[in-house]
Design a protein around this ligand. Structure first.
Ligand code: PMP
Length: 478
């Protein structure tokens, strides 16, 4: 099918692109994805995949691991496929395909900025993911900046500020309530050493799913002359928000959690610190002039995007942002809430199961639920859920070790692999009620009778003692 696009509508938001006209051979989209009642355009690639069960048979994959990485939206894959038909160098290439790709790459900043409600003068820097975004921001902090961060953060938000010359980190203990979080930040910022300050805060916890009081925290930070960096890795796929309304300066997102798993993320936010810093990576693309004695650097965003950029990744991220922004997000959040309540309440009804929260049900959550089963190894439970029930969850500490240790310690959990290991179920666009019910039934069965099969440890991970599932051949080199 050949579709002539007169200015794809998601390009129109950008200031740099002037009325591009080109033809794109759009692949025919198969119509068998999940059609969500609140997002008919948000079909998921591979939504109805069958997966093998240990001992034989197949079952529809129940993906309850969206919090780690979400599958691709079909519109994302189709757009990247169309781009790949014309993939070429960006920026300096004179060829037609280079012009097409440059226009797409630069145009991709607009939908990402709009998705997070950024101000027109906010920079959009493409990165690899949230981890990369915060490392970039840490690199750009002015000397003598104090960074205030709760120990409950994901390691990506907790650690990049540590051990940097001239940066002072104040790590706050887990607060018992949202109000306690606000007063702890107030106190830390009030008594900080002189100089700039940055509060780093998550929008929604990747462990408990709890939504943090970002607006109140940002107001306190502002009153104390500090800036705020929002870790929106988990919040962004689940809730609409706006940099401007929240009153934060920086936002970090990951494409692979936003249904755009093509290796790109972004740091969006206030330009001044970013514009003054030496390039995050040094090399081609970031340089303006290079002589024998002097190198000068380009302005934003190129300054921090040295090397050939990830064009498919940036275009994928922008396409997902555009698709999500155009969906009924209130409706999506409501149906996700219903699934999350069904999941949490179902698990809470199972004897021996503890569902872990920091704020004890006082705040709204996204669709992430972390739990443990008394006397059971979380790693074995996760392996059994996969091998015996076709259910994907994550086990371990979810790159938030201080928080998971604290939650499990506070709950006095007696899990067979020690405190510090839990199971996380997370819902997303392709989750159905059947997936949730299957998990609750399976957990009930494991909690009362243990896994049906025997598991052994291979390379530190439990696997069925008799593993008869075969990995599919996908790549030609396999
Ligand atoms: N912050 C949060 C809240 C997360 O859930 C994650 C991913 N688990 C990250 C940061 C890091 O994201 P990435 O691995 O994409 O850098």
């Amino acid at each position: 099918m050949t579709v002539v696009l007169d200015r794809p509508d998601w390009i129109s938001a950008t200031a740099t692109i002037r009325k591009p006209r080109w033809s794109v051979e759009a692949p025919v989209a198969p119509r068998h994805g999940v059609v969500h009642p609140h997002a008919p355009g948000l079909e998921i690639v591979g939504a109805h995949s069958l997966v093998p069960l240990a001992g034989g048979g197949q079952i529809e994959y129940a993906n309850l691991d969206h919090g780690a990485s979400a599958p691709a939206l079909r519109v994302v894959r189709d757009t990247v496929d169309a781009l790949l038909e014309r993939y070429a160098s960006v920026h300096r290439g004179a060829g037609w395909h280079s012009k097409v790709c440059t226009s797409l790459y630069e145009g991709a900043r607009g939908p990402v900025r709009e998705f997070v409600g950024g101000r027109t003068d906010d920079a959009v820097i493409f990165t690899k993911h949230t981890t990369d975004s915060f490392n970039l921001l840490a690199h750009c902090l002015p000397a003598r900046t104090t960074v205030v961060v709760f120990e409950t953060e994901h390691h990506a938000a907790l650690l990049p500020w540590e051990d940097r010359n001239g940066i002072n980190v104040i790590r706050l203990p887990a607060p018992a309530t949202p109000a306690a979080a606000v007063s702890a930040v107030d106190e830390a910022l009030r008594t900080r050493p002189a100089g700039p300050a940055l509060l780093v805060i998550t929008g929604a916890s990747n462990v408990t799913g709890e939504i943090w009081p970002v607006t109140a925290l940002a107001a306190i930070a502002r009153a104390r002359g500090a800036r705020v960096a929002l870790d929106a890795a988990q919040l962004a796929p689940h809730r609409p928000f706006s940099i401007e309304d929240l009153g934060v300066e920086y936002v970090a997102v990951s494409g692979h959690k936003l249904y755009a798993p093509y290796g790109a993320g972004a740091l969006i936010g206030r330009a001044d610190w970013l514009a003054q810093a030496r390039p995050y990576l040094v090399g081609g693309g970031a340089t303006a002039t290079v002589t024998e004695d002097v190198t000068t650097w380009k302005p934003l965003p190129d300054r921090h995007e040295a090397g050939s950029p990830n064009v498919p990744g940036a275009v994928a991220l922008a396409t997902a942002c555009h698709a999500l922004a155009g969906a009924d997000r209130a409706g999506l959040a409501a149906s996700e809430q219903a699934l999350t309540d069904r999941l949490r309440n179902g698990l809470l009804d199972v004897p021996g199961v503890t569902v872990h929260t920091l704020f004890g049900g006082q705040v709204e959550t996204i669709g992430v639920v972390t739990f443990t089963i008394a006397g059971q190894s979380s790693a074995v439970v996760a392996a059994a859920l996969s091998a015996e029930h076709g259910i994907a969850v994550r086990d371990g500490a979810f790159c938030a070790q201080p928080l998971v240790r604290r939650l499990l310690g506070a709950a006095g959990c007696d899990v067979a692999d020690g405190t510090g290991h839990a199971i996380r179920a997370s819902v997303g666009l392709a989750t159905t009620g059947e997936h949730v019910d299957r998990l609750v039934d399976a957990v009930e069965s494991i909690a009362s009778r243990g896994p049906r099969r025997r598991y052994v440890t291979v390379d530190g991970r439990p696997v069925p003692a008799v593993e008869d599932r075969e990995l599919p051949i996908i790549a030609p080199w396999q």
